[in-house]
Each structure stands twice: as structure tokens, then as C-alpha cells.
Design a protein around this ligand. Sequence first.
Ligand code: ADP
Length: 481
Amino acid sequence: MLQLQDPSLLETRAFIGGAWIARDTQIDVRNPVSGRVIAQVSDCAAADATLAIDLAYAAQPVWAALTAGERADFLRRWHDLVVQNADDLALILTAEMGKPLAEARSEILYGAGYIAWYAEEARRIYGEILPPHRSDMRLLVLRQPVGVVGAITPWNFPNAMIARKLAPALAAGCAVVAKPAAETPLSSLALGMLAMRAGLPAGVLSILPSTDAQGIGQEFCQNPKLRKISFTGSTNVGRILMAQAAGQIKKLSLELGGNAPFIVFDDADLDAAVQGCIQSKFRNAGQTCVCTNRIYVQDSIHDAFVNKLVTAVKKLRTGDVPDYEIGPLISEAAIAKVQAHVADACAKGAQLRCGGTRLEGQFFAPTVLTEMTGLMDMSSQESFGPLAAVFRFSTEKEVVAASNDTEFGLASYVYTKDMNRIWRMMEALEHGMVGVNTGLISTEVAPFGGIKQSGLGREGSRHGIEDYVDLKYACMRIDPQ
Ligand code: ADP
């Protein structure tokens, strides 16, 4: 059905220990625009995770024993194949997830950026020699791969979320067993296909599509051969994994939910702020963990900002039309959540300035709500949809308190021209990332991640490799002369 230049990238079997294996049970993968089944993918059981972990456990020491340069060369070849096949990968991604094709292509290149970055970083996993505490001692610190890693990824970035985990893990010398979201397994399988073509040794990577997320999650937590779990998804599932992983004190990296504030002060460039707000709020139809969830606008410019925002939002092309800019939501449950947030806000006094309704299929009209208050559900819950919720504020102190009044701490955004205020805000916001006069912050060059209940660990930058290495300290006594 998909017009791919290389149809073999549409792989529907599981990738276990270097082999493509079909399972009897199938997952129906649906296109969120049409609702039609576009592929049937092998549905792996928890026993497949056990098998994949065994194979990874055998392969990992061999992979780790390669030189850093050899692992870097593999990552570079893999990166090049991803870029060469970006058009096909984007088509597959849009077909299973629904985001606009241009956004899908950007995601493929964004994911490839992490692979290129960690191809470079693989060669820089340096140890240390410390000044000793005694003249007859020599102290060394080794940085060694943690071992076999279990990766669990969500549906909203079917390519980049898995690339962000595989690249640093493989660079560090780990082997990975990955479970993509059941809604969007095709992009990860295509990445696995390209990894195989790039020469990744059998066993170092397995990709297990599955509807038994709970069973596979439990196997990851309980199998002692698997030493670390890297998860991106909801805070709720993050809590479950953390509790389950306690039994073996298993290492965890968690990229969880957010509740991003987007703050516009009265000295901001309003047109730039509106543009940044559209990018941050409506990218991926609002279905990203760094998406703006609460827009705080200072009193004196509130109405001017809202007028510009509503005008811009009304122009966004959406619905089942060619080249839509705002794609469908992933599921009926996602639509129900957005509808509930609109109904709750309106019942408590919010004003609906545009949108607010479901369109054909799983599309939802881009929406602006004003006169929002802290009593409304959306002030504490991530809507994960195309809802722009505008709150008023008067003072810097008030907006800092409101922005931090959440269990989450992932992304935040500030628009102002005052350099002193920029510094104060960067330091005061209790969020792992701050966008200053920009609504786009994600890059492989920087450490992506949250504080508070938004997660543990970082992805990207030189810090991202730390999640996949253990420090080992060696204390060596020598005979002094
Ligand atoms: P979302 O709401 O974005 O789907 P989830 O946290 O439910 O976020 O899902 C993210 C990933 O976690 C998916 O791959 C999903 O299959 C997986 N998952 C869901 N529940 C569990 C669980 N109990 N244990 C392990 N993984 C899970």
C-alpha cells in the first residue's frame, strides 16, 4: 500500500537476536487518519523477551570488546543508511503515527542526529587517573558499559525515541532489547533493518513489538541478565517500572510526562512569541512531552497576544486534507482526554476562542482557551493535544510560583527581552529545560531530560552516555622506590 523506494523496509516480523522471526499472533497497526489497518506485525510474548535477553547477554561482551572506533564506524554507517532512506522512513512513520510528512522527515533526521552524535561520542568515553591519597597508591577510574539494556518507547516519536536510546547504548558497548509502542512498531523495525545492514553483530539488538507491555516490562525488571531499563512514556508507567525495578536495584533512565509553562512577559516580541507558542504547542498535534501545556501571558499584553494567537491558530491546516499541518490524535482515548479538558475548563469559566470540537476521523480542531485558572484540570494534567490554554499573570514572582506548582519538571519557555529577567527565570524555573525566546529546544547536542517527577537521566550531549556506563575505581598499590 505504501509507495516505498525500498519496500523491504516495511518489516513486520520481530527482530530477535539478529533474525527476523514471525509470531502467530499479530498486532493490527492502524493509520490514525483513515483508521485502516496498514500492517500486521508479529506480537511478541514475554518469553520472546527472555530469549532476546539471553542472546543479548551472550553478544554484549563481544560487542564491548570491539574498539570504540569500530563501534563508532558501525554507528556512522547506520546513520548514513538512515539518512539515505529518510523518505521511506518518513512515509512509514506518517502511515503508522499520523504526523505530517514534513514533521516525520524532520523526526528521522533528528533521530539520525543522535546516531551521528554518539558515533562521535563513542570515542570519548575516557577513564581517569586520579592524584593518589598515598605515595604508594595509583588510582584509576574505568567507564564500562552497564551490560544489557531494556528500552521501552512511546508512539509519539516512533523513530527518534528509540534512536535516542539505541545510539548511546550501542556506543557505550551495551546490547539492547527494545520494545516499541504497539501502535507504532514499524518505524523501529525499519531502524533495526538498517542497523543489520550496517553490520551490527547478531544478538546485540532485538526489537520486540508487543501488546503485552506489562509482561515484557516485568521480564525486563525481573531478569537479572538485564542490567538497566531506559523508558520514555507516562509518569504513571515510570512509577510502575521504578517499583518493579526495586527488587534488583536495577538502573533506570526515565523520560516521563511534563506540564510545560510558556511565559510571555510584557516586553516580549509578541509576533515571535506567537510563532514560538505555535511551534511548541501544536507540533505533533500537541502530542509531545515538551509541548507547552500552560501559556502564561502578562496582563498588559494579554489581549494583544491572544488576538494574534487566535488568528494564527485559525490558519493552521488540519483535517483529512493533503498536506495537513496538524495531524490526527493517536486514539479515541486521546480525543476523549482533550474533550474532557475543554469541557472542564469551560464549565469552570474559561472562554473558548476557537476550535474546541472534534473533526472527521481522529482530528481535533486546534483550540484556544482563555481565562484559565489553577482550578482547571489542564493546569495540573498534560493534555497531549492541540489545546492552547492561556492564563493571565501580573508579576514575575507570581508566574514563577505558578509555573513551578506542578509535580512535573520537564520543559519550560520564557519570552522576554530583559537580560536580567532571563537569568532570573532560567535559575528559578524548576524544569530540566528552559527555552528562552524559542519554542524549539530539542537537539542531540544538549542534555534532554526532566527533574521532579518528569524523570531520571539525560538523553543527548556528552551527558547522555553516562546513563549507559558504570564507573569502576581501581586502587593499585605499587612499591615506592
Ligand atoms: P502513552 O500514554 O504515551 O502511551 P505509556 O507510558 O502508556 O504512554 O506507554 C509508553 C510505553 O510504555 C509503550 O511502549 C507502552 O507499551 C509501554 N508500557 C505501558 N505499560 C507498561 C508497563 N506496565 N510496563 C512496561 N511498559 C509499559
